[in-house]
Design a protein around this ligand. Structure first.
Ligand code: GDP
Ligand code: MG
Length: 186
């Protein structure tokens, strides 16, 4: 009935991935708490943060997972990826090396995400946005916007440049992923 429809709950697991120090933890801190840590260490990472979002008038909960720094040792576990329906794949526009790692992260995302074997949305890919973070570092840019866009198009990903420092596009990047998941699953 109507009452039950109103309280229908959506909970989407979203994972943050990408090389160490690209700004994953700060993107989450900015999005969920409107905070920024100028000299953050990997220890600021929480395991996950649940964020309520309004999508087309419906309340949707995004459970956003952050690493505890294990990406530095290329040791992100399968448990981290398990059940994820969305991903923000982050690089740092001021460090080309982090952009060169994107292919490896995509491989890992696709090989370690076992959701397809466990739950009903088996036909659905992990909705992924390629995020070029630190767009505020204009003078130190090593990866052009066009390159980011081209890679995203080639891999079938959404794309956005963000800054956790000045907040630009941070909410938009998370919302793009959650909206797309909602549209696919609803
Ligand atoms: P993580 O290892 O990917 O979680 O990266 P962190 O969130 O810990 O950020 C690594 C470093 O980059 C920290 O010193 C942050 O303050 C800095 N940082 C993160 N996001 C931005 C950003 O958008 N702009 C700038 N200028 N620095 C950032
Ligand atoms: Mg971190």
């Amino acid at each position: 009935n109507n009452e039950e429809e109103k309280t229908e709950d959506y909970l989407f697991k979203i994972v943050l991935i990408g090389d160490s120090a690209v700004g994953k933890s700060n993107l989450l801190a900015r999005f969920a708490r409107d905070e920024f840590y100028p000299n953050s260490k990997s220890t600021i990472g929480v395991e996950f943060q649940t964020q309520k979002m309004d999508i087309n008038g419906k309340e949707v909960k995004a459970q956003i997972w952050d690493t505890a720094g294990q990406e530095r040792f290329r040791a992100v576990t399968s448990a981290y990826y398990r059940g994820a329906v969305g991903a923000l794949l982050v690089y740092d526009i001021s460090r080309r090396q982090t952009f060169d790692s994107i292919g490896r992260w995509l491989n890992e995302l696709h090989s370690k995400n076992y959701r397809s074997h466990l739950c009903s949305h088996s036909d659905m890919n992990v909705v992924t946005i390629l995020v070029g973070n630190k767009s505020d570092l204009k003078d130190a840019r090593e990866v052009s916007t066009a390159e980011g866009k081209a890679l995203a198009e080639a891999e079938g990903l959404f794309f956005m440049e963000t800054s956790a420092l000045d907040s630009s596009n941070v909410a938009a990047a998370f919302q793009t992923v959650v909206k797309e998941i909602y549209n696919i699953l609803s």
